[in-house]
Design a protein around this ligand. Structure first.
Ligand code: CMC
Length: 432
């Protein structure tokens, strides 16, 4: 009979330890019993980028990176993208089950009726420089919401959780829309409660003198599907930031601001902006081979390629590629599409990319859609953030309800100086 344990022999001492196995993991703290001398701290695992460390138990999102599978609460992403809508998917992520009709109606109603922000939020946003990056505005303003809702600090009160989740879902697109209008030098557009979640967001960005903004159905649908595809992705950099910060028990606005900051970086959500800059820089199909060569030499990274988890085609990229064609029928083809398609074709045949299993990820084609509907590159990651708010909130709620949650506090391997005596400044040698 096989035992559910791992036997570890420490060859320094000859001792053998039995470590319990649970869900194919061992507890890193069980390693602490492994010591050479009694006074030793004990063994730790070393995993600087958390490449093989499970930081929590989760029931939200499942990814099989080898097979290119992504499921929210067990539902395949392809099916949700085809049959559901973003607010229903957000409900599913946060509550764990698909809503029935009355649950869905009240969820949509509540989110729709929390879209307005305090006028001082508008004034606060007015204070940003004319060329402020919209992600910087979003992260600062979502953080600032914490000061408008001080009761949000009562994070274990289930009514507070419910209310703040609705507020964050509702107000993030409003702040995002305001940030777009700000960089365009246009007056802010207030939410329109008669429109869908995606339609209202488009209205807050693009409404001009018309009395009623009517979103193009194909574009509204594309934005909604893009929101579904970006809604969660298990323990990625920004979800981990959300959980890490939330583990010290601040209000959810502060934790969400940290998650937005993590998403901002070009290796995470900022990649969609970087992809468009890269495609524009390449400029024409004949220049692709030289860029591929530069990427292979390590001079730069092919943005929108590669993923820590997916070692197969990112299922989200495949869906986005299809939506892109629907959008281009309305907007006309994005001239950078041909460069993107050819870049993908060449890269997928190249041994460097094949061996490292580098495929297009979610960001490779999404930017082309955003650009075609008239958004500047600086807004791309903002759209990612609107969608990912659903996932961050699902991760937040799961963390709060997990009895194993403690403040996140990693260990380190200290390699610095041993105990030293302080030297007076007058006696310090000049550095060479
Ligand atoms: N272009 C060229 N080479 C690459 C790329 C790329 N985009 N990505 C990885 N590699 C190479 C890398 O140089 C390394 O080669 P070697 O083994 O010779 O040193 C190997 O592939 C493994 O790379 P890694 O850096 O160890 O992989 P990682 O898991 O730490 O990084 C990543 C994952 C997504 C940060 C990385 O693939 C990357 O920088 N991609 C470009 C940025 C991007 O598109 N990010 C969006 C990710 S999807 C959306 C999201 O989750 O936010």
């Amino acid at each position: 009979m096989s035992k559910n344990t791992l036997s570890v022999k420490d060859n320094r001492t000859g001792k053998t330890y039995e470590l319990a196995i649970d869900n194919d993991t061992i507890k890193a703290t069980d390693l602490r019993q492994i010591k050479v001398k009694d006074e030793d701290f004990g063994m730790m695992s070393y995993d600087p980028a958390f490449g093989n460390t499970a930081s929590c138990k989760s029931k939200v999102t499942f990814i099989d990176g080898e097979k290119g599978i992504l499921r929210y609460r067990g539902y395949p992403i392809e099916e949700l993208a085809k049959k559901s809508n973003f607010l229903e998917v957000a409900y599913l992520l946060i509550h764990g089950e698909l809503p029935n009709k009355s649950e869905y109606d009240s969820w949509v109603h509540d989110i729709t009726h929390h879209t307005y922000v305090h006028e001082n939020i508008r004034k606060l946003m007015d204070g940003f420089r004319y060329d402020a990056h919209p992600m910087g505005m979003l992260l600062a303003t979502v953080g600032a919401l914490s000061t408008f809702y001080p009761d949000a600090k009562d994070i274990f009160d289930t009514d507070v959780q419910k209310l703040e989740i609705r507020r964050l879902m509702a107000k993030t697109p409003t702040i995002a829309g305001f940030s777009y209008r700000h960089i365009m030098g246009l007056p802010y557009v207030y939410p329109d409660n008669e429109l869908s979640y995606a339609g209202n967001f488009l209205s807050m960005m693009f409404k001009m003198t018309e009395t009623k903004y009517e979103p193009n159905p194909a574009i509204e649908k594309a934005i909604d599907v893009l929101f579904i595809l970006h809604a969660d992705h298990e323990q990625n950099c920004s979800a981990s930031a959300m959980r890490n910060v939330a583990s010290s028990h601040p209000d959810p606005y502060s934790a969400a601001a940290a998650a937005i900051a993590a998403l901002y970086g070009p290796l995470h959500g900022g990649a969609n902006e970087a992809v468009l800059e890269m495609l524009a820089d390449i400029g024409s199909i004949d220049k692709i081979p030289q860029y591929i060569e530069r990427a292979k030499k390590g001079e730069f990274r092919l943005m929108g390629f590669g993923h820590r988890v997916y070692k197969a085609y990112d299922p989200r990229a495949a869906i986005i590629k299809d939506i892109a064609h629907d959008v281009f029928e309305v907007t006309g083809k994005n001239p950078l599409l041909d460069i993107a398609l050819e870049l993908e074709r060449i890269a997928l045949e190249d041994d460097y990319f094949v061996r490292r299993r580098l495929y297009p990820n979610v960001d490779f084609y999404s930017g082309l859609i955003y650009q075609s509907i008239g958004l500047p590159t600086s807004m791309f990651t903002v759209l990612f953030a609107i969608a990912r708010m659903a996932g961050w909130l699902a991760q937040w709620l799961e963390l709060l309800n997990d009895p194993e949650t403690r403040i996140a506090r990693p260990r380190q391997v200290y390699l610095g100086e041993d105990n030293r005596k302080y030297v007076a400044m007058s006696r310090r040698r000049k550095k060479k």
